[in-house]
Design a protein around this ligand. Structure first.
Ligand SMILES: Cc1cc2nc3c(=O)[nH]c(=O)nc-3n(C[C@H](O)[C@H](O)[C@H](O)COP(=O)(O)OP(=O)(O)OC[C@H]3O[C@@H](n4cnc5c(N)ncnc54)[C@H](O)[C@@H]3O)c2cc1C
Length: 444
């Protein structure tokens, strides 16, 4: 438990990694202060209000296999504010009107998707069979093998019998959304973890989960209340300027001693904050770079689809989500189109994006052709995730530094997971365990 004169553990950054670390440490009975530069918690997951609508900065999806994230929601009292499919089921739309569906059956994993693949009408029968063979080869890989961190996914799939159509109409659907990078640029190691865990393992692993409330309500408000209820202190609009030996942090010109410090800031911020003596490789972290996500928000005057969400192929639309209920829209339907690996779109003016996506949606959803658009806007997240390309695995640091009592967290650290909410929460829990161990040694 907490030593009588022990100063609080300082957590720098209130995204999901920092929230998870703060929750875990308060649950261990440690005194904690969470410093967040912005006036809210939640980091890369947040919401804002626009003309009476609650808008998420970008659609966030998780899977049933995201057990650390789901565990955090339960501890925040927010488990009831998400919905998870009973059974993995994805409708795949195409502008040609030849739609496909991937739905798991009641067979145990890894056989649960075989019938869906066998019936996947967007692929020729021979490609369906090849996809099964490709899946088996992918299943045999060790995602942690450093050699796989150097190979691109598209090339690997091609050399394992996946022809262009199968790569585009099947593999890309999941790989680009999960890794936020084009398949030609994605590292096989990261992709192997995603496919093995989500689609080729337990039957229920890939059941899709969505927030049923705006992200701000799900993460920010719930986390603040839960951390404070456990005796933790949350300081918003509190940007940590430096980290000093001790360890100590400097905020608003004041040096604050800490019993330990967890830096849960994004990699570029962490590289600027963590002293070189503590992490001699910190300049390499910037090599992780950034990959953008764009969300295209379209409000129609009437419902244009019954689907809660859908994927699309042969279209600039990748995934569509019905945000009507979550946003609080009264009449009509609000769709958010989530576009990962969005380099092509990120710098285009809204008018150009509107032309491309309104037309694309009309091709995918016939009812959209007769509907009037009552609002249209775009959210752009330039640095949504790091670039999960070949070589990125080797740049991700462990949670420990050379300074006792100074730890790293964040979805970009070496979690074994891609840059996701699950990776962020895992990193926070891991850092909290290391802090707990460190403090027990200090006192003992
Ligand atoms: C548009 C978009 C869509 C996404 N979609 C998905 C998805 O569908 N599924 C999924 O799992 N993941 C998704 N992600 C990724 C996911 O949001 C991130 O992996 C995760 O939220 C990262 O959490 P984090 O705590 O590691 O970092 P962050 O959320 O970046 O939090 C870091 C925090 O540190 C704070 N900070 C920085 N410097 C300082 C300082 N000096 N002092 C104090 N505070 C500081 C920042 O303000 C920030 O709040 C998406 C991301 C975006 C942007």
């Amino acid at each position: 438990m907490n030593g009588a004169s022990e100063p609080p553990v300082a957590i720098v950054g209130g995204g999901l990694a920092g929230i998870a670390a703060a929750m875990a440490l308060t649950e261990m009975g440690r005194s904690v202060t969470l410093y967040e530069a912005r006036p809210r918690l939640g980091g890369a997951t947040h919401s804002f209000s626009r003309d009476g609508l609650m808008v998420d900065n970008g659609q966030h999806v998780f899977l049933r296999c995201c057990t650390a994230y789901l565990g955090l929601l339960a501890r925040l009292g927010a488990a009831g504010r998400v919905s998870v499919q009973d059974r993995f089921d994805v409708q795949v739309l195409s502008p040609e009107g030849r739609d496909g569906r991937l739905r798991r059956c009641s067979l145990p994993g890894p056989f649960h998707l075989l019938p869906a693949l066998a019936r996947y009408s967007l692929l020729a029968p021979a490609d369906r069979l090849r996809a099964v063979r490709g899946s088996l080869a992918l299943r045999r890989l060790d995602p942690a093998d450093p050699a796989l961190d150097r190979i691109d996914l598209d090339g690997w799939l091609a050399t394992h019998g996946q022809r262009g159509a199968a790569r585009r109409l099947l593999w890309e659907l999941f790989a680009v959304a999960a890794l936020n990078i084009d398949m030609e640029q994605a590292a096989v190691g990261a992709a192997a973890l995603v496919f093995q865990t989500a689609l080729l393992g337990r039957a229920d692993a890939a059941d899709i989960g969505l927030p049923a409330v705006p992200l701000g309500e799900l993460h920010d408000a719930a986390a603040r209340a839960a951390i404070e209820a456990r005796g933790g202190d949350v300081r918003l609009s509190a940007k940590v300027k430096t980290i000093e030996p001790g360890p100590a942090i400097v905020v608003d010109g004041t040096r604050i001693e800490a019993s330990a410090v967890v830096v849960a800031a994004p990699h570029e911020r962490a590289a600027a904050l963590v002293p070189l003596e503590a992490a001699p490789d910190r300049n390499r972290w910037n090599g992780l770079g950034a990959s953008p996500i764009v969300n295209v928000h379209v409000v129609y005057d009437r419902p244009v689809t019954d689907l809660p969400f859908a994927a699309a192929v042969n279209s600039p639309v990748q995934w569509i989500f019905d945000k009507t209920r979550v946003s609080g829209l009264g009449d009509g339907q609000y769709l958010a189109v989530s576009v990962s690996a969005a380099q092509r779109w990120i710098d285009l003016p809204t008018a150009q994006i509107r032309t491309a996506f309104v037309t694309a949606l009309e091709r995918l959803l016939p009812a959209a052709r007769g509907a009037k658009i009552t609002d249209f806007f775009v959210t752009r997240e330039r640095r949504a995730t790091f670039r999960q390309g070949p070589g990125s695995g080797a740049l991700r640091p462990p949670a420990t530094t050379r300074w006792p009592g100074l730890y790293l967290a964040g979805a970009w650290t070496d979690t074994g997971w891609p840059d996701t909410m699950e990776g962020a929460v895992r990193s926070g829990l891991n850092a909290a365990c290391l802090v707990g161990r460190h403090l027990r040694k200090e006192i003992g």
